[in-house]
Design a protein around this ligand. Structure first.
Ligand code: MLT
Length: 411
């Protein structure tokens, strides 16, 4: 449970403070993004019993009850597996993320991972660090020792890329520029992603096809039920002996026990991962980094700014962009009186919403409704003030999950 917020300003200032949208900032979110929340409209806090917005990076939110005032959650990154998305969806609350904002940072670390694995750099660095600086035959020891770390070059080798979204396609492009062959697989590839793929990327029909053909395999899929243990005891055996596996996506995408066995049997030469665990630390062949993929100044700023802009547009105008559980919906304001409604994607909702408004004498100026899976979202601009009783009436419609009244002047 989040802790209660700190003090409230006394006297007349209290009224305006209470009207501000309270944004709970968990983890380090870049100041460049936080600055987008203007202080006369938002209050940024580090602790709150019932925040309206929660901004998070990697903290696990599954066991936290944020109370009844919550309006949205924002993840300053791509993955949302640390957020209870289905529970928030059932309350009609969007979960925003920042797809692509850190993709270049992750790509660069994957390129580093390719080289770490291909050139045995982790072991070589450890070897040098272990040398005694004072010994007389230091040069001889260095020359002798280096034989253990001879590696291979990237050109001509095949990189398998599982997941051809923003990161996967950048990695594919970088690998091609480094002279590698690239074989990709993504059953859910979008039209945009397909267009942005370099033409040299060959497309496979299954992960197994990629595993059999690749010297390096890199994973760029989100962690969802379907991708848990995607690389496992069964299919790791299909990989070429001495392959290098890279995991900069999420720990759960790889069955750890299978990887450890793969390293013992030399099916894998190296496992380069951004997700260390007790079982992996100090295991020969494991090159583990402390979840550094998105940890660059540029990526942190990009994520924070993108997220802040999306959340402000949602809070102030009801528009939705990059929510993992909502459709994208953007409607220019046609009147100062806007109502935003999240509802179950079932028949007759629009009729019931417009009937409730019509019965109260409200004239609908513009209406936009979109759906995504079980969630539908409707923006309605009306010609006059919407009484609180109408908002309550809308809330009481069976299937309506959340209703917000968004007058343009922030009354
Ligand atoms: C992501 O999902 O994009 C990364 O986990 C972001 C991060 O490292 O915070």
């Amino acid at each position: 449970m989040a802790k209660p917020s700190g003090g409230i300003l006394p006297g007349s200032a209290a009224k305006s403070v209470l009207r501000k949208t309270e944004v709970l900032v968990l983890d380090q979110i870049a100041p460049a993004g936080l600055k987008r929340f203007s202080p006369d409209r938002y209050s940024l806090v580090k602790e709150a019993a019932a925040p309206q917005i929660v901004l998070v990076r990697s903290q696990d939110l599954h066991a936290i009850d944020f109370g009844g005032r919550l309006l949205a959650v924002g993840r300053a990154g791509a993955g949302t597996n640390n957020i209870p998305v289905p529970a928030l969806s059932s309350r009609g609350l969007p979960v925003f993320n920042a797809p692509g904002a850190n993709a270049n940072a992750v790509k660069e670390l994957v390129v580093a991972g390719l080289l770490l694995g291909a050139r045995n750099l982790a072991g070589a660095l450890e070897f040098v660090r272990g040398l005694e600086p004072g010994v007389a035959d230091l040069d001889k020891r260095i020359e002798e020792g280096k034989k253990a770390f001879a590696g291979m070059e990237l050109p001509g080798h095949t990189l398998g890329v599982i997941g051809l979204g923003r990161v996967g396609s950048l990695v594919a492009d970088a690998a091609i520029r480094l002279g590698m062959h690239v074989l990709g697989f993504d059953p859910d590839i979008t039209v945009d992603a397909a267009w942005s793929l370099p033409s040299q990327v060959r497309r496979a029909n299954s992960i197994e096809e990629v595993q059999k053909a690749s010297h390096f395999l890199t994973l760029h899929v989100p962690l969802v039920d379907r991708t848990r243990n995607l690389v496992n005891a069964r299919n790791i055996e299909l990989m070429k002996p001495g392959s290098i596996l890279l995991n900069f996506s999420r720990e759960g995408i790889v069955e750890e026990e299978a990887v450890l066995r793969g390293l013992r049997t030399h099916r894998l030469k190296a496992y380069v991962t951004d997700f260390p665990s007790a079982a992996l630390i100090r295991v020969p062949g494991v090159i583990a980094l402390p979840h550094l993929g998105a940890s660059t100044r540029e990526a942190e700023e990009n994520c924070a700014v993108m997220l802040a802009d999306q959340i402000r547009d949602y809070i102030e105008h009801g528009n939705v962009k990059n929510a993992v559980n909502f459709p994208d919906v953007a409607m220019p304001r046609e009147s100062p009186y806007r109502v935003a409604i999240a509802n179950a994607n079932v028949p007759n909702m629009l009729a019931r919403i417009s009937n409730a408004m019509g019965a109260a004498g409200l004239n609908i100026h513009t209406m936009l409704n979109k759906s995504r899976n079980e969630m539908a979202y409707t923006l309605v601009d009306v010609d006059s003030q919407v009484p609180a009783s109408v908002i309550e009436e809308l809330r009481s419609i069976d299937g309506v999950l959340a209703v917000r009244y968004l007058p343009a002047d922030h009354e």
